[in-house]
Design a protein around this ligand. Structure first.
Ligand code: HAM
Length: 420
């Protein structure tokens, strides 16, 4: 072991577990790639102001959880705590919204950083796959995104997740609701920090997990009873589209998300096998964010799905992913000349698309066969001195133990035929 360990709240992805993460990223993004979303990558850090303005000055993410730094040049940066503000910033900077082709649909995958209290499912470095559809106000776009996330989880074999759905209203109806909620909350018996929250971000109080608070919230005014006609009709259309796509959801009038930019549709995917960190993904509409970061009005909607928690959800449901073998053929040479010949065969196999590995380091036959078995390969390819004089290699099925001599110049053809 080295003297160093992975920093608190982080963990390393190493084989064989890491293959599962790759497969999950692939599965979460596959429906997006089939639906017109283009791949986007932004830097791991941004100007701190982007998140302060975008995610919200009063959110936990901005006040408590950002990793901020001042560069030698005096720039105030933050490691990205989420992807939406960055992706929208990138789209605006590249003028994608002026292409005449709205919505601009983008997807991304990467690392995010939040200085949170670590526990199972909550890390300081975590991974998301996200999608943003920028510049269109259309209930079918909201529905599309929810359906795509639903289908992604299903494609992985997940069953025990639920979709919570709410509308947070818009700039017309939310301020009226906010005032009504504040009036209600000010009458409650709450601690000082929560009282302060009533003034800054009263909707977050609804999200308080403590029983003592939840008990007092019975009878609190709910956004859904204060939606203006436009928001109510929009939300109704999203619900109808989900239902006709066979996607079931639960109306959750108390669903408020931890980021300030949301308007209208908000949703969360929760998994029942994950304990307190049950949100495997979440998102919603953010019609005002572009203007908040200095852009034009661009109504948009998106989500991010947590890769780490999706892997935990698979484990909780006992779902084993069918992963392609890392190695299909493992080559075991006996002697120097065999090593040279077999190395050539391995190179050719790889060039022809066969996953092949080699017993490096001059191992003896016994150790080399151990490596072959550990690699999970279907076949070992052995060449000894006698094989060389006969111009053959021994192709051994590591499952059945059956061994066949194959002409050296037919190894690639034979292996490919058997793998097919
Ligand atoms: P979020 O709800 O903050 O939304 O994060 C989305 C998902 O990332 C969560 O549901 C969870 O699975 C995962 N996640 C968040 N924090 C952690 C953590 N500390 N450890 C492990 N996993 C975590 C957003 O980030 C928004 N940008 C989503 C969005 C996109 N809204 C519109 N567009």
């Amino acid at each position: 072991m080295s003297t160093f360990k992975a920093p608190k709240g982080t963990y390393d992805l190493i084989p064989p577990e890491s293959a599962k993460f790759l497969a999950v990223r692939e599965a979460l993004s596959a429906p997006l790639r089939r639906s017109g979303y283009g791949y986007t990558e932004t830097p791991g850090f941004e100007n701190v102001e982007l998140f302060a303005r975008g995610v919200g000055e009063s959110t936990d993410i901005v006040t408590k959880e950002m990793y901020t730094l001042t560069t030698k040049g005096g720039d105030e940066l933050a490691l990205r705590p989420e992807g939406t503000a960055s992706v929208l910033r990138a789209a605006l900077e590249a003028n994608l919204h002026k292409s005449g082709n709205l919505p601009v649909k983008l997807w991304y995958s990467g690392s995010y950083y939040r200085y949170e209290r670590p526990q199972k499912g909550r890390y300081r470095h975590f991974s998301q796959v996200g999608a943003e559809a920028i510049g269109a106000e259309d209930p079918s776009l909201d529905a599309e995104l929810i359906i795509l996330a639903h289908d992604a989880y299903r494609s992985l074999g997940l069953r025990d997740f639920r979709i919570l759905l709410n509308s947070l209203g818009d700039k017309e109806c939310r301020p009226v609701y906010r005032a009504a909620l504040q009036e209600f909350l000010r009458e409650l018996d709450l601690d000082e920090e929560t009282r302060a929250r009533i003034e800054i971000n009263p909707l977050r109080v609804l999200d308080d997990k403590r029983d003592s608070v939840q008990k007092q919230l019975v009878g609190a005014p709910m956004m859904r009873d204060h939606l203006c006609e436009a928001c109510r009709s929009y939300h109704e259309q999203v619900r109808e589209l989900l239902t006709s796509a066979g996607v079931t959801y639960e109306d959750d009038p108390k669903l408020v998300r931890g980021l300030d930019y949301y308007t209208r549709t908000t949703f969360e995917f929760v998994h029942d096998g994950l304990g307190s960190q049950s949100a495997v993904g979440g998102g919603g509409r953010y019609d005002g964010l572009s203007e908040m970061i200095g852009g034009p009005a661009l109504p948009s909607v998106g989500w991010a799905l947590g890769v780490d928690r999706t892997v935990l959800a698979l484990e909780a449901e006992g779902v084993e992913l069918e992963l392609p073998p890392a190695t299909e053929v493992f080559a075991v040479p006996i002697g120097d000349e065999a090593r040279r010949v077999l190395f050539g065969a391995v190179t050719e196999l790889r060039r022809q698309g066969v996953a092949a590995d080699f017993a490096y380091g001059g191992k003896g036959m016994k150790n080399a066969m151990k490596s072959a078995n550990r690699s999970g390969a279907r076949f070992a390819l052995l060449v000894g001195e006698r094989d060389l004089t006969e111009g053959v290699a021994q192709l051994k099925d590591l499952g059945s133990g059956e061994q066949t001599a194959v002409a050296l110049d037919r190894v690639v053809t034979e292996v490919r035929a058997r793998l097919a």
